[in-house]
Ligand binder design. Sequence first.
Ligand SMILES: [Zn+2]
Ligand SMILES: [Zn+2]
Length: 276
Amino acid sequence: MKIGAHISIAGKISEAPKRAAKAGCECFQIFSRSPRGGPAPALTAPVIKEFRSNIERYHQNGSYIHTPYYINLASSNNRIRFGSIKVIREELERGSLLGIDAVMTHLGSAKDLGEAKAQEQVADGLKRILDGYQGSTEFLIEMSAGSGLIIGDTFEEIAKLIKLSGHNEIGVCFDTAHAFASGYDLRTKMAVKKTFDEFDKTLGLKRLKLIHANDSKAEFDSHLDRHDHIGLGKIGQEGFKAILHEPRLKHLNLILETPADGQRVNDVEVLKGLRA
Ligand SMILES: [Zn+2]
Ligand SMILES: [Zn+2]
């Protein structure tokens, strides 16, 4: 497994691979635009060329884009609903220009529409995002923490949405903190085995394309999204060691999204230590 982290694109996007390497990363994730809103910065030919050559130069073995926070495919507000579809498609096209492996997104909340209607609308959104898309960047749904009426917090629901969308090529990004908060145990070797057995049965492990490695400040099955440093939260070191040594996950990359809270913890090194 290659280990990396979410990296800032401050200054210019082509600096990200260098910044990742400096942080000890073997792979990395970025926002390609402000996660809070506004138009995406233009990707000119020189920027694209420099980004791609920096991936090689700084030995990065995987690169990912996280979509902005405001995405909600289940919104009853058409501006938000269709804006979300447009932005996700743009990120896939931008990712393809940059040579990015995959884009992952959250799906949104069913609070406006109720669960059944929201699922239908999300599946329709997924279809619209991918219809006619010919880029090379893969599209992943990120497993969510299930707070409130958040969509995508169970393997069953994600499987249902993919089926309804008609796009069987959709992959999944498994976030350890979100899955743990949604009631998928990861604290022991046995628990990790059971969780990924269940993933395989419901979604198929071939759909699993990336793992977000975050410990959880929130309790098991609490439906709260609170990331913590690896080994300091409720999942704990034993859980991450089990994930790093689960044979079925060996080919996957791990991306850290642990808080920049000034605690002097180097999560990249902690994970590398658990992998060794
Ligand atoms: Zn996320
Ligand atoms: Zn995540």
